[in-house]
Design a protein around this ligand. Structure first.
Ligand SMILES: Cc1ncc(COP(=O)(O)O)c(C=O)c1O
Length: 394
């Protein structure tokens, strides 16, 4: 008999991690799988950051840290927000967490009461919906169009708001679409929110530096949104530090205090060595990671060119992050190699089994017609993967 709580029973397994596990299984059977499913840079953490961590170990940083992070780290975060985003925060407005994922889980736990609605423009990052539901919130999906670069318009936002709407969560650059909201697009959304002063915004900016056109804008930069925006960021993506598990928020101090209280009962704060290394990462000039961004940009062009050569793939042009999110609904209802493809999950599974390429179904991101392909892989792997996909589909 299932003795587990309703809470865990209703939680979905992360689709990206599930796909990675399936790919690992097939690899263990000897199959040569190319993994384009994970949201993880394929670079090593830069040496100057590794050295800072080694030094922290040698300097005996081994005790519990303040729950909300070392003061020196919070100061580095404040400087980073000022330098990169023109945002002014003070120490009580910053909380360091075990990855941006925990920062988001804290926010859900401290902001949502049962039945509170959270608007999620689709496609959204795979965990938003489940993190919201874990805190008894209700995700409200807003479908966007590939022709509008998968961005939510002011009209769509207005139509989704109900008396129960508590928050809006989005990422820009977006995982999985790579879309970047411009200042004007964010202003249009903020104008709608002026009529609804009780709605809060989570602006997830973890891909901020992986932006190919430049011009990153934060919702909190608008004076009238500053007091109700929580800016989420972290070092996983830009600094190739996924395993170090450091994320952080800047936001209203009453929300930061609540997040601090929350993680004080759950983790006692993030890992001390990773926090020391993050000080060095954030203090470095962003040009120190440009080589990774340049490489992602080249790969984006490569994969877009290769995909444009395959029948039935419709893509937008991602402006950031390291994913493409093609619409592949052209294949729905078709039978290839004896396998009938009825939806994006079937298509993604078909690619895994017949092309030996791991991708993720768009259904995990709230979109039924697309799949996510990560190009955090070498150019050779990308070329080989797309060749295999083309062959399997022809
Ligand atoms: C949009 C978005 N937000 C947050 C996260 C979580 O990042 P972290 O590794 O800091 O927990 C990810 C990771 O995939 C992400 O894509």
């Amino acid at each position: 008999m299932n003795q587990l709580s309703d809470r865990i029973n209703k939680l979905a397994t992360s689709a990206t991690l599930a796909m990675a596990a399936k790919a690992r299984e097939l690899r263990a059977e000897g199959k040569d799988i190319i993994g384009l499913s994970l949201g993880e840079p394929d670079f090593n953490t830069p040496d100057f950051i590794k050295e800072a961590a080694i030094e922290a170990i040698n300097q005996n940083y081994n005790s519990y840290t303040p729950v909300d992070g070392y003061v020196e780290l919070k100061e580095a975060i404040i400087k980073k927000f000022k330098r990169d985003n023109n945002l002014s925060y003070t120490l009580p407005q910053i909380v360091v967490s075990t990855g941006a994922k925990q920062a988001l889980a804290n926010i859900a736990a401290v902001m949502l009461n049962p039945g509170d609605e959270v608007i999620l423009p689709c496609p959204y990052w795979v965990s938003y919906s489940d993190i919201v539901q874990l805190s008894d919130g209700v995700p409200v999906e807003v479908q966007t169009s590939i022709d509008n670069d998968f961005k939510m318009t002011a009209e769509q936002l207005e139509a989704a708001i109900t008396p129960k709407t508590k928050m809006i969560w989005y990422s820009s650059p977006c995982n999985p679409s790579g879309s970047v909201y411009s200042k004007a697009e964010l202003r249009a959304l903020a104008d709608v929110l002026q009529k609804h002063p009780n709605i809060y915004v989570v602006s997830d900016e973890i891909y901020e530096h992986i932006n190919f056109k430049g011009g990153h804008f934060s919702m909190a930069e608008f004076d009238d949104m500053y007091d109700r925006t929580i800016t989420v960021n972290g070092v996983s993506k830009a600094f190739a530090m996924t395993g170090w598990r450091i994320g952080y928020i800047g936001g209203p101090d009453w929300i930061a205090r609540a997040c601090n209280k929350m993680q004080g009962q759950i983790t006692s704060g993030a890992n001390c060595i990773a926090q020391r290394a993050t000080i060095t990462a954030l203090e470095a000039d962003p040009s120190s990671i440009k080589y990774m961004v340049d490489e992602f940009k080249e790969r984006r062009q490569l994969i877009l060119n290769l995909l444009s050569d395959i029948e039935g793939f419709k893509t937008n042009e991602p402006e950031g992050a390291f994913y493409v999110f093609p619409n592949i609904s052209y294949y729905f209802g078709k039978t290839i190699k004896g396998k009938t493809i009825n939806n994006a999950s079937d298509f993604s599974l078909f690619l895994l089994e017949e092309a030996l390429v791991a991708t993720v179904t768009g259904e995990a991101f709230g979109n039924k017609d697309c799949i996510r392909i990560s190009y955090a892989a070498s150019q050779d792997d990308i070329k080989e993967a797309i060749k295999r996909i083309k062959t399997a589909l022809s």
